[in-house]
Design a protein around this ligand. Structure first.
Ligand SMILES: [Zn+2]
Length: 88
């Protein structure tokens, strides 16, 4: 799968592609666990397909540049958006 791309707030985006749906969900869950959302009470919510997601192949949360910068490290993609649900 392409991605996952993450935010600091528990968001995960995985680029829409050829990967089977269970594999996409597994990849999203795995990266959330790695980010520390593996405690019980952090269920993963699927937010749906999102258009125009700006991502960086550097996979750094703060490594995403605006489209206007015209850099080589970022792209705009269509992606599945997952989110670790805040138990509070
Ligand atoms: Zn960039």
């Amino acid at each position: 799968v392409n991605g996952p791309y993450v935010s600091n707030e528990g968001d995960v985006w995985i680029e829409r592609g050829d990967a089977p749906w269970p594999r996409i969900q597994r990849a999203a869950r795995m990266i959330l666990d790695e980010m520390g959302y593996d405690e019980p009470g952090y269920p993963m919510r699927y937010e749906g397909i999102e258009q125009g997601v700006r991502v960086s192949d550097n996979n750094e949360a703060d490594g995403v540049h605006a489209e206007e910068t015209g850099c080589d490290c970022c792209r705009t993609v269509v992606a599945h958006h997952f989110r670790a649900e805040d138990p509070l």
